[in-house]
Design a protein around this ligand. Structure first.
Ligand code: FAD
Length: 290
């Protein structure tokens, strides 16, 4: 196995261009498991851990641009105030050891439907920045996931960063698993309220071939909030509207029966998660709205 170790980002991109078959490794918490279990035996590996550019984050035209190599621990420690939904999701990832090594870039690279970073990125309309020696492009997260464990990255590209707007309202993330920690989601749900644009964003994990959002549920709830003037005068949202929101989220999922849960259970659980997440987020909005 060839082991490539770029020290800079341009070097990393040049190596990927020269070896499109090489597997990048960041925290290694997915790659090493696959190698240990003999699921994959790459001819070459590109170790990205020495590329300082991937570990930086900062602002970029009103968005936060977060390097692909920023770990979950750092997202929790450094970005909880600006990205509360992603921080909540990060807290549910694995164990402290996994959160210290694992990165959102790696979650995007694996593109597992169960990856916990995806629903918050979908709910906040995040972008994924892909780069090659030919230049870079930014793709909406909503277009990045193309199939189970497949994404829109080309063979000569690497993930440079993801971009997301600092929260413009309450955010939530909830996950159902068979225990409280170290668990792959049976299903998960993220919600982002944008009080400035009056938008409701959603993301669903582990309940379709890819992470997905629930567009109908979003426009339904936006309609409810607008019609009743609830953004200006935040009162409680009717129980019937909450129930309908949950139903529409469940309807957007295309789950399967597998070892972690049945499709029917996932739909049921998603409706509950969506209803509860909305209620928690709306309660927060009502407490904090100007
Ligand atoms: C015990 C355990 C518990 C876990 N629990 C969870 C959990 O609760 N939730 C969850 O979502 N995941 C979980 N995972 C999976 C894993 O930790 C995450 O998917 C993590 O985000 C992977 O990040 P990484 O940096 O370790 O990726 P790596 O293993 O280094 O890479 C993962 C994939 O991304 C690609 N890649 C990495 N960086 C780049 C880049 N910059 N450009 C292009 N491709 C890149 C790699 O080639 C590979 O295909 C768990 C794993 C373990 C071992």
């Amino acid at each position: 196995m060839e082991f490539l170790q770029p020290a800079t980002w341009p070097e990393a991109l040049a190596m990927k261009a020269a070896h499109p078959e090489a597997v990048p490794i960041a925290g290694g918490t997915d790659v090493m498991v696959d190698i240990n279990f003999d699921r994959t035996r790459p001819a070459a590996i590109i170790d990205l851990t020495r590329v300082a550019e991937l570990e930086e984050w900062g602002s970029d035209n009103g968005l936060l641009r977060i390097g692909a190599g920023v770990t979950y621990t750092r997202i929790i420690d450094e970005l909880s105030d600006r990205l509360p939904g992603l921080a909540m999701a990060s807290r549910t990832v694995g164990s402290p050891q996994i959160r210290n090594r694992g990165t959102v870039g790696g979650n995007l690279g694996s593109a597992s439907p169960a990856g916990d970073a995806h629903p918050p990125l979908l709910a906040s309309d995040g972008l994924v920045e892909l780069a090659s020696t030919g230049g870079s492009r930014r793709l909406p997260a909503r277009e990045f996931y193309t199939g189970p464990k497949r994404n829109a990255m080309r063979g000569d590209e690497l993930i440079a960063a993801f971009l997301v707007e600092p929260a413009k309202g309450p955010q939530q993330f909830s996950k159902v698993g068979t225990r409280n920690a170290m668990v792959i989601a049976v299903c998960s749900f993220a919600l982002a309220l944008d009080a400035e644009r009056r938008q409701v964003g959603t993301g669903i994990g582990s309940a379709a071939p890819t992470p997905v959002s629930a567009a109908e549920a979003e426009s339904f709830m936006e309609g409810v909030l607008d019609e009743a003037g609830l953004w200006e005068t935040p009162r409680e949202v009717d129980e019937s509207a909450l129930k309908r929101f949950g139903e529409l989220v469940a309807a957007a999922a295309r789950p399967i029966d597998d070892v972690r849960g049945t499709a029917a259970y996932r739909k049921h659980a998603l409706a509950v998660l969506a209803r509860r997440s909305f209620s928690w987020a709306w309660d927060e909005y009502r407490r904090t709205a100007p």
